[in-house]
Write a protein of this length. Structure first.
Length: 404
């Protein structure tokens, strides 16, 4: 399969654009909402625990960076912010808009169209924040304007690419195991199938299948997963403290944190990410390791102290957070006000600390009444603010709904 085919189909865009990584995250939180009136799909992306890759063989030998053409995080972050690029997971999976922009003049009409669609996104850094554990993070807002036309063009591009490659996007194993499904996918592409659609705030991805082949594929996938876990469990690979055990926990959280629905209609399969009636947050944990060398770089290039601004807006009804940052309070993760108040309670003046304690008490009462899971700390009338309890709640919320 050619890089061109992969890129056009969106199946491996990250692999095509990847460079050796220095920037890593401890986790990521992605919230999205569909603004029907503005015809926009907006993503709010939290990059948690931004740090330089500290694994053996990367930072110990600078000549490796010189040899392979990569740059360290201190150079990658400014370029990332300036270009409005987007990262899902770690650096190898970032969409480099500078590189993509070069394809807008490609001789290939499909690559030109794909690049045009990517460059239509608007990307804005909203600010940096400090988590209770001391780790630095950043928030980015990515907007798809005119999303109705955008999705129409994306669907048309996917169909055009599939028709052009005439099945070459599928490897030999896929052609052997699912020839009837591939035949239906290509036929649907020629008829202008709607691969991606919005339903309220939910994102729907659908494709035609052969019922028998799809059932057999599901059985093989489940069987392989169970056998792999059982085999690894017997070998001790998934002991409670092992890296593999932690990775299973991360995978469970990624699957469970955002509603993922699966609809099998016989000859059509649809996956739905999110909820139709309200925005949701997809939580992804990547690792526990962190080191602080990139903190000054993040603060320099994403200047707004988000916690300070959010706290000020929350405590003063007459003061509204800047329009872009108010998006976080309206549609972002529910733990954002809590983190802002924890920071104010730790680093603010006496009056600010008292105000933060009062806010958190009222917030806990409302949260426990309306949501309640995980339960927010409850304090007595005259009890002092229990920062340790609130920091624990924030951490539980970040990894929710995975078990502690």
């Amino acid at each position: 399969m050619s890089h061109r085919t992969l890129w056009l189909l969106g199946l491996a865009a990250a692999a095509l654009l990847a460079v050796p990584a220095c920037v890593e995250l401890t986790g990521q939180r992605i919230s999205w909402f569909h603004d029907v009136e503005k015809d926009e799909l907006v993503f709010v992306i939290h990059y948690d625990g931004i740090h330089d890759r500290a694994r053996k063989g990367w930072l110990e030998k600078r000549q490796l960076n010189d040899k392979d053409g990569s740059t360290e995080g201190a150079e990658q972050i400014p370029a990332f912010v300036e270009s409005g690029s987007v990262m899902i997971g770690d650096w190898p999976f970032h969409l480099d808009r500078t590189r993509i922009a070069g394809n807008t003049t490609s001789d290939d009409p499909l690559q030109r169209e794909a690049a045009r669609l990517v460059m239509a996104w608007r990307s804005e850094p909203l600010g940096h924040y400090r988590e209770p554990a001391g780790r630095i993070g950043g928030v980015q807002r990515v907007t798809l304007p005119g999303v109705t036309a955008f999705l129409r063009d994306v669907n048309a591009l996917l169909s055009r690419a599939l028709v052009e490659v005439e099945g070459k996007a599928f490897d030999d194993e896929a052609r052997q195991q699912a020839p009837r499904t591939i035949e239906r996918v290509l036929a649907a592409a020629k008829q202008g199938w709607q691969w991606i659609a919005l339903d309220g705030h939910a994102i729907r991805v659908s494709f035609p299948v052969h019922p028998g082949e799809w059932a057999a594929l599901r059985a093989r996938v489940v069987d392989d997963m169970i056998r792999d876990v059982m085999k690894s469990g017997k070998s001790g690979k998934y002991d409670d403290d092992s890296e593999n055990s932690r990775e299973i926990g991360y995978f469970v959280q990624a699957l469970a944190s955002a509603p993922i629905s699966y609809l099998d209609e016989g000859e059509r399969v649809t996956f739905v990410l999110g909820r139709r009636d309200r925005p949701v947050t997809w939580r992804i944990r990547l690792r526990e390791e962190y080191e602080p060398s990139l903190e000054p770089v993040v603060i320099e290039h994403v200047k707004t102290d988000l916690d300070r601004e959010l706290a000020a807006a929350l405590l003063d009804e007459k003061l509204e957070a800047a329009a872009l940052r108010s998006t976080i309070l309206r549609f972002g993760p529910p733990e954002e006000p809590v983190r802002a108040m924890i920071g104010l309670a730790e680093r603010g003046a006496d009056a600010e600390r008292k105000a933060a304690a009062g806010y958190l008490k009222a917030w806990a009462e409302q949260w426990n009444r309306e949501t309640g899971v995980p339960a927010a700390p409850v304090a007595g009338e005259d009890a002092p603010l229990d920062l340790a309890a609130w920091k624990g709640w924030y951490q539980r919320m970040k990894q929710f709904p995975a078990p502690e």
